[in-house]
Write a protein that binds this ligand. Structure first.
Ligand code: UDP
Ligand code: MG
Length: 312
């Protein structure tokens, strides 16, 4: 199978027939063998009925329906597990992404050898202030932290080679940072393509202002996981040691000067600061230790992606 389209959706009943027809047209024109995997993320409208109806007419249309709303990342993850195509393309269901981009997105994977190609909505048709500015900031921060040169991490339209999709796990709200997850798994050839972005035709955006808070927290997670996820003690332990040792050193100094020179201890702010540093140091050290214990038990602790083998 040439292409699997993975399309997470929440309450997009109006868009689905139009989107399906457009995709079918592009696929037929290019003679691709394909499947469309709609992941209904707990819609409360008629989306699932619409998907079943569409499937009657076109058996390439498949569907997964969640019991409740789990979020876009969960949708992508399930779609990735189910996808069978050699190239997997994700897009939003709201007709903001154009299926006309599919052939080029596929070509870049198949012919140019990219592991992942991310769309770049260079010209956006969203509300300027509430989306464009924060999104610029996020992208700048994500670029800085991940060292991946992408302008638009969060673009729903992306293409992947099969091996990428089968080795990343999209959890929490990490759909914003799939390229980073891919890079962690060792896929370095990450490309970008300017894509057409369109105004939402039906319905409303499913992400409110909380997207900024969640997006920021996930960025922090990405940063810490990438740097210290497998070795929390290196982060907490080193800061813990700095606090503990400096605090301990100063405490000893103050106590000795009390004993030898009889300088007052109880109204010396330096002594309290030193004691506080000792406590903070112990706390940080313990956090690192607990982190180590947790990461020892993590399911992914010994999961390594073997690219090739010879004679084994
Ligand atoms: N979506 C989803 N689950 C959610 C929220 C959104 O599957 O909990 C889908 C939504 O139906 C759409 C895509 O994710 O297909 C992008 O969402 P939306 O268009 O609301 O985001 P925006 O374009 O405003 O960033
Ligand atoms: Mg949208």
């Amino acid at each position: 199978m040439d292409i699997s389209l993975v399309i997470p959706l929440l309450n997009e009943e109006e868009s689905l027939p139009e989107l399906s027809a457009w995709i079918e047209k592009v696929m037929d024109e290019n003679n691709y063998s394909y499947e469309i995997i709609y992941v209904d993320d707990g819609s409360t409208d008629n989306s699932w009925c619409v998907i079943e109806q569409l499937r009657l007419k076109n058996p390439n249309i498949k569907g997964i329906k969640f019991q409740r709303n789990y979020g876009k990342s969960a949708g992508l993850n399930e779609g990735f597990r189910a996808a069978q195509g050699d190239v997997i393309i994700t897009m939003d269901a709201d007709l903001q992404d154009s299926p006309d981009e599919i052939p080029e997105l596929r070509r870049m994977i198949v012919e140019d050898g990219y592991d992942l190609v991310s769309g770049w909505k260079k010209k956006r048709y969203d509300n300027k202030l509430t989306k464009n500015l924060p999104s610029k900031l996020f992208n700048a921060a994500a670029r800085q932290m991940s060292k991946i040169k992408l302008h638009d991490f969060n673009c729903g339209l992306k293409s992947y080679s099969k091996k990428v999709v089968k080795s990343v796990e999209v959890y929490g709200e990490m759909h914003r940072y799939v390229p980073v997850l891919a890079k962690w798994s060792g896929f370095r050839k990450i490309g970008e393509k300017v894509v057409e972005h369109r105004a939402r035709k039906y319905g409303v955006s499913k992400f409110g202002w909380t997207r900024f808070i969640n997006g920021f927290l996930d960025l922090m997670t990405i940063f810490f996981m990438g740097k210290f996820g497998k070795r929390p003690m290196h982060f907490f332990g080193s800061w813990g040691s700095v606090f503990f040792l400096s605090g301990f050193g100063f405490s000893v100094y103050f106590i000795l000067s009390k004993i030898i020179l009889n300088t007052p201890l109880t109204n010396n702010p330096g002594f309290y600061m030193a004691m506080t540093a000792v406590i903070i140091g112990i706390q940080l050290f313990l956090a690192g230790f607990i982190g180590e214990l947790v990461s020892r038990n993590a399911t992914g602790r010994n999961f390594y992606l073997v690219e090739k083998k010879a004679g084994v």
